[in-house]
Design a binder for this molecule. Sequence first.
Ligand code: C5J
Length: 237
Amino acid sequence: MTAALPTARSVPARPTAFTFDPGTVALLVIDMQRDFLLPGGFGESLGNDVALLQAVVEPLAALIAAARAADVPVIHTREGHLPDLSDCPPAKLLRGNPSQRIGDPGRFGRILIRGEYGHDIVDELAPVAGEVVIDKPGKGAFYATELSEVLARDGIETLLVTGVTTEVCVHTTVREANDRGYRCLVVSDCVGSYFPEFQRVGLDMIAAQGGIFGWVADSAAVVTALTPTAAGSAPAR
Ligand code: C5J
């Protein structure tokens, strides 16, 4: 990956300061979908407290706004399946003992089915025209998607990773990204878990062992680094 350029920005982070070139960075927003976040949705039907995920919305909205202002690409993902469930392995469909399964009718339409209201992104974080939305059948954003091609096309080398849930789709995606050579900064208050202990340990695991999967910083530090006046120069795009 490239060495720091003159336009490089630095973010206080764990385990070390994180530098990035604003011309080769993208903000990845993972699965901020109604099915996971809204009361009455799939996440809550699994017995989860969705308030823990909703706490992510406000700081993430501010981070997305900063990325857009800095001309940093914002890439959204949605976990979900085709209406005939042909892309959902039986092992995923039948796992656990939820009151409702993927594809069943739920309060917001068929659960985690593409095109349904619940499958889409919450209003506060809705993509704007021109932003890429990756539909993914798995937990990782690279598996069976066009994400690699999108990143290569846009010359992206570094990912600012946000979304839900920390220990599932965020972790899987960060691990996939690592194996593909991307540098990942996970934004601590812009990722969320239904389980506070998984949130804490999930973030610790990213930064452990000298940053085995990447770096961890809070959104205030990332917004400061993205803001041209604070960073002292305009982005390279
Ligand atoms: C889960 C996700 N937790 N987006 N999905 O099933 O993390």
